[in-house]
Write a protein that binds this ligand. Structure first.
Ligand code: HOZ
Length: 423
């Protein structure tokens, strides 16, 4: 697009978030003019079936009429008051009713902010400094968490982010995802110094990596024993894999849950919550300070409330499951027919196709993927009018408004793109 040179003059790499750049796949990033339902149209008039969904929030597609109406109505009443509203209570009540571990919730403005605040809370409660995260998991860009992180850092090949105070990074311990023996070993030695273990209950930022059976349960047991807090980063999985998130799906209860994406109905929102006892440490109840001018702002709360009402209707998750299963079966059939090495992972409406022969269980296995093949495949798909994340190491998202016909078109497009990529 002609916009890219102009964008590069005034924004780093021409983008406002690195994952939007096409560095890993070549070419110019998309500049979008408009979007509706499952379709996006770029400024050059190209139309795409979209499986990025703004990186997860758009579970009902772009510009859902009820959400648009709620935002428009609220805008006329004011966009931000810096004071409390009933909309905030309504959304908090819905989150509390839906998410098993949450009695009290604080709204913030992004997933990063939620996670950053949750870590401070865990450190404040325990009086300990260390945290444990898993390699390839990404929890936003707070300093403590940009250590062996997934998402854009893998796509761009950044193993260590400069600018992080080393004495802080040293407090972040990392281990391979899905390896409970290593977690037990570490907790034997250092458990009493660990404030929190943070995990994406379904890895989503190195592509989709589901937890092995028993992994999350074991994390809960180990942290409890050590007096450390278990934080589930459900920014991606919350309200996506079930209304109660991954914790409801797997029946494992964390101490703190971080949320983002879907909760804001497409507007910038994050949230973190837990039991009353835990959340009472937060100001103004307690002395762990965390604040925000636009937190709980009425536009985002209005959108989030409608999103919840839509999600609460019968059959939403069943239909998402059906569509996602159909798409993944079709994609799998293609690779089998063409004799291409690929692994498929999926939990509900989040899915990945990894170009490797290795079973996907952690970051090491994810890194065995043929990224050159992915690059050719991605560009082939784009040619055919299908947009997936421009990186092998990101999840795909199905929405409730993708139609059967679009899924068939995607499977057909994928077959063509695979054939071309194979050469
Ligand atoms: N979690 C998202 C990608 N893995 C974040 C999107 C972004 O960084 O812009």
């Amino acid at each position: 697009s002609l916009l890219f040179p102009r964008a590069k003059k005034v924004m780093p790499g021409g983008v406002n978030s690195p994952v939007r750049a096409f560095n890993a796949v070549g070419g110019d990033p998309l500049f979008i003019k408009q979007a509706k339902g499952s379709r996006m149209i770029d400024v050059d008039g190209n139309e795409f079936i979209d499986y990025v969904g703004s990186w997860g929030p758009l579970i009902f597609g772009h510009a859902h009429p009820e959400i648009v109406t709620a935002i428009t109505r609220q805008a006329e009443l004011g966009t931000s008051y810096g004071a409390s509203t009933e909309l905030e209570i309504q959304l908090a009540e819905k989150v509390v009713a839906a998410v098993p571990s949450i009695e009290v919730v604080r709204m913030v403005n992004s997933g990063t902010e939620a996670v950053m605040s949750a870590l401070r809370l865990a450190r404040g409660i325990t009086g300990r400094d260390k945290i444990l995260k898993f390699e390839g998991c990404y929890h936003g860009h707070a300093d403590s968490l940009l250590v062996k992180a997934g998402s854009g850092l893998v796509s761009l090949g950044i193993p260590e982010c400069p600018g992080i105070v080393s004495s802080l990074a040293e407090k972040t311990l990392t281990l391979p995802f899905n390896n409970i023996d290593r977690v037990r070993e570490l907790f034997e030695k250092e458990g009493k110094e660990i404030a929190a273990l943070i995990v994406e209950p379904i890895g989503g930022n190195m592509g989709v990596v589901p937890p092995k059976p028993g992994f999350l349960e074991a994390l809960s047991e180990v942290t409890k024993k050590a007096g450390a807090l278990l934080i589930f980063d459900e920014v991606m999985t919350g309200f996506r894999v079930s209304l109660g998130g991954a914790q409801k799906l797997f029946g494992v209860t964390p101490d703190i849950t971080c949320m983002g994406k879907i909760i804001g109905g497409g507007l910038p929102v994050g949230a973190y919550g837990g039991s009353r006892q835990v959340m009472d440490y937060i100001s103004p109840m307690g002395s762990v300070y965390q604040a925000g001018t636009l937190s709980g702002n009425p536009l985002a709360m209005a959108a989030g409330n409608v999103m919840f009402d839509l999600l609460s209707k019968d059959g939403v998750y069943e239909s998402l499951e059906e569509k996602s299963a159909k798409l993944c079966q079709g994609l799998k059939q293609n690779v089998e027919d063409l004799g291409i090495d690929a692994q498929f992972t999926r939990v509900g409406s989040m899915f990945s196709m990894f170009f490797t022969s290795k079973e996907i269980v952690d970051f090491e296995t994810v890194k065995t993927c043929d990224t050159d093949f992915f690059k050719r495949y991605f560009n082939g798909l784009l040619e055919e009018g299908v947009y997936i994340a421009p990186s092998q190491f990101e999840a795909g998202f199905m929405s409730a408004v993708h139609t059967d016909e679009e899924i068939n078109l995607t499977i057909e497009a994928s077959r063509k793109a695979l054939t071309a990529a194979r050469g």
